[in-house]
Design a protein around this ligand. Structure first.
Ligand SMILES: Nc1nc2c(ncn2[C@@H]2O[C@H](COP(=O)(O)OP(=O)(O)OP(=O)(O)O)[C@@H](O)[C@H]2O)c(=O)[nH]1
Ligand SMILES: [Zn+2]
Length: 219
């Protein structure tokens, strides 16, 4: 582990190196409040540079509002203290068929332009001796989505976390999302969307199982 002090969990230490979100050293040594104060000052400078009058009633609170939104909402998935705990339960129902959690609301942020990525995630697994509380699947998606992201890494981070937490390789993840950086600027294409998927364990080997998953999510 990369956390010799033992004081706080090292971000993404449980993920393979290529799947870790790039973070500077000691990224979470300071409190959320200290981060909000610092970001607020930086955002105020951006607004001032754009020519805005920070004494205006409507604009005066914006730097702190944006800073709070970044730290407490949009990017809360960067901080390992917010990693969801995924508890498993005994599979006393003996349910061993496909379990699909589909249409999970996905709100993320493009790490190249810092504008929203909005879409849906669909995840599935084959239960073994244990099953997971359904909402934990949504929470895992949200934790990794609430970071500056690229969709490919997000997809693989979710799959890797599910494999580890659920104790099985039999996991599928499919994300369909709209990127505001593609829709609202640059190429200005409002009709295209991006699909990414990761299949492991039996999903990688069994085409019929993948087909069943895709049918169940309406693809
Ligand atoms: N692979 C991948 N690319 C992304 C994602 N989100 C945004 N991008 C792309 O990142 C690229 C950044 O390219 P640049 O040429 O450096 O940026 P740019 O000049 O703003 O590019 P344009 O968007 O084409 O105007 C763009 O092609 C984006 O569409 C993502 O999740 N995955
Ligand atoms: Zn972008």
């Amino acid at each position: 582990m990369d956390n010799p002090s033992g004081s706080a969990p090292a971000p993404d230490a449980h993920l393979p190196a290529e799947l870790r979100t790039p973070l500077r050293d000691n990224a979470f040594a300071e409190s959320d409040e200290a981060k909000i104060t610092a970001i607020s000052g930086h955002f105020e400078a951006i607004m001032r540079e754009l020519g805005l009058d920070l004494t205006d009633d409507s604009l005066a609170g914006t730097p702190r509002r944006v800073a709070k939104m970044y730290v407490q909402e949009w990017f809360k998935g960067l901080d390992p203290k917010n990693r969801p705990e995924v508890r498993m339960f005994d599979n006393r129902y003996n349910y061993h068929q496909l379990l699909v959690e589909r249409d999970i609301t996905l709100f993320s942020c493009c790490e190249h332009h810092f504008v929203p990525i909005i879409g849906k995630a669909h995840v599935a697994y084959l239960p073994g001796t244990n099953v997971v509380g359904l909402s934990k699947l949504n929470r895992v998606v949200q934790y990794y989505a609430r970071r500056p992201q690229v969709q490919e890494r997000l997809t693989r981070q979710i799959a890797e976390e599910l494999k580890q937490s659920l104790g099985t390789d039999d996991v599928a993840v499919l994300i369909e999302a709209d990127h505001l950086c593609v829709m609202s600027r640059g190429v200005n294409d409002t009709s295209s969307s991006t699909l990414t998927s990761e299949y492991s364990g039996r999903f990688a080997k069994d085409e019929a199982l993948r087909g069943e998953f895709l049918r169940q999510i309406g693809k």
